[in-house]
Design a protein around this ligand. Structure first.
Ligand SMILES: Cc1ncc(COP(=O)(O)O)c(C=O)c1O
Length: 451
């Protein structure tokens, strides 16, 4: 094993930064202009996190590729951090959007598509009732509120280093002394999150049982495998016991499939036959058009209905004037039936296997103490020799400086990974030559790093 030479990394990074800036004069001009009207020149705060001195501005995207304004072509493995897992502008979704946009976009009245989509969601995930939102964040927020209302309990439980969108209750981490505190970077939390939330490590059933035993947890909000701190897979039998313990303690189980839909057409839930009380999914289900949904069982629906008040049904913290709009529903209908199909997953998953094999071989050949994990059509490398068991192990393996170098090196050679960790996602348009190009670039980066 060769150890990392930090001064060398810093000098390689400097070289890559110069290359990035020199080759992108039009993006540079746009960021300079943007800085006069947008905070830091970008429309969303996290866009500053791209590894270059500024993000490449996009001219157009199609399928698994996009072009920046300077004419560079990129293989897109970030895919809008799953929002564009369908590939950019999938034909069937675009057609449905075109047609629906001429027939009304938002009405606050239902369209038949809402029933069609919920029937399709029933088939995929096995839950009976569905409601819509525009983001997975909102779908999580609404599910949590409903869980608190119907159980009459104040707290939720999440896993350490989880991410479920900008949901206040979830920005909490376990500190080495065992206390739960606001997560680093938490902006203006309304209350100390330990008031609202219990947090335990993923794969730690003893800690889970102890936390649930307090009897004050309305719901566990869980990704079935953590995907936002690298991939952390559940240990064998973990989900069966999670389900057993939540039932035993009267706690609802909400599974957030927003990213783990990578496991197949019915997400991890269908692939592993999970039995959640509620299920959330957003991001790719509208092919990139803002769309999200949350589903629940008959039992949960009965409890919601028993507390429902006609007079107050337009308030109460579950809302969104544009939620369930006709355009999103048309996009969801087309995406679910014609784009994110079983046939599409049958192509995407082998692409991720190919990506993983290439990365794994490079890790072995260059003897770096890294690891690669795959879940369906999503794969990720991690700067630790073995797969992490929980969020802390995964988070401890992160290396901001090294990560930025790998991302910038790839970006300078026409490959985009997600900016937050080392994730590659396959779309139905991802091709073997795209994957092989990544393997080559990854090998070249390692060669330079260990030289
Ligand atoms: C598992 C999971 N749930 C929910 C969200 C929130 O999605 P959005 O930002 O689209 O609301 C994310 C975002 O990354 C996520 O990873």
């Amino acid at each position: 094993m060769k150890s990392l030479n930090r001064p060398r990394l810093a000098s390689l990074m400097q070289r890559e930064q110069k290359k990035f800036v020199d080759e992108r004069p039009k993006s540079k001009a746009l960021i300079e202009r943007g800085k006069k009207s947008l905070l830091a020149g970008v429309p969303m705060n996290w866009m500053v996190k791209w590894a270059g001195a500024f993000p490449p501005f996009v001219r157009e995207a199609q399928g698994g590729h996009f072009y920046d304004v300077d004419g560079h072509r990129y293989i897109d493995f970030c895919l809008g951090d799953t929002g564009a897992m369908t590939g950019h502008s999938p034909f069937a979704t675009v057609k449905a959007i075109e047609e629906q946009s001429k027939r009304g976009i938002t009405l606050m009245l239902p369209s038949e598509d809402s029933i069609f989509v919920s029937e399709e969601l029933q088939k995929r995930f096995g839950l009976t009732y569905w409601q819509f939102a525009l983001t997975a964040t909102d779908a999580n927020r609404f599910s949590i509120r409903l869980a608190r209302q119907i159980t009459g309990r104040p707290k939720i439980l999440v896993f350490n280093w989880c991410y479920h969108g900008s949901v206040d209750e979830t920005f909490i981490t376990l500190h080495p002394d065992g206390t739960a505190q606001a997560r680093r970077g938490n902006v203006g939390p309304p209350v100390d999150p330990s008031v609202t939330t219990r947090v335990v490590e993923f794969n730690d059933l003893n800690a889970l049982e102890a936390a649930l035993a307090h009897g004050d947890v309305a719901c566990v909000l869980a990704e079935p495998a953590l995907t936002n701190v690298g991939i952390v897979l559940p240990e064998p039998g973990y989900h069966a016991t999670l389900r057993e313990l939540t039932r035993k303690h009267g706690t609802l189980l909400i599974i957030d499939e927003t990213h783990t839909i990578c496991a197949g057409p019915g997400g991890f839930t269908r692939a592993e036959n999970l039995q959640p009380d509620m299920l959330v999914i957003g991001k790719p289900i509208g092919g990139g058009v803002p769309s999200a949904t949350y589903g629940f069982t008959q039992e949960v629906a009965d409890m919601i209905t028993a507390r429902h008040s006609l007079e107050d049904s337009d308030t109460g913290g579950i809302g969104g004037t544009l939620a369930g709009n006709a355009l999103s529903l048309a996009a969801m209908r087309a995406t679910l039936t014609k784009v994110l199909t079983k046939e599409a997953f049958d192509r995407m998953i082998p692409m991720a296997e190919r990506w993983t094999t290439g990365v794994q071989k490079a890790i072995q050949d260059f003897q770096v103490p890294w690891h690669v994990t795959r879940l369906g059509c999503r794969a990720e490398y991690l700067f630790a020799p073995k797969a992490p068991k929980n969020g802390t192990e995964a988070h401890d393996a992160m290396d901001f400086e090294l990560e930025r170098f790998m991302h910038l090196y790839a970006m300078n050679r026409g490959i985009l990974l997600t900016p937050f960790h080392n994730m590659a996602l396959m779309s139905p348009s991802s091709a073997p030559e795209d994957v092989d190009r990544h393997t080559q670039v990854f090998r070249d980066a390692l060669k330079e790093l260990v030289a």
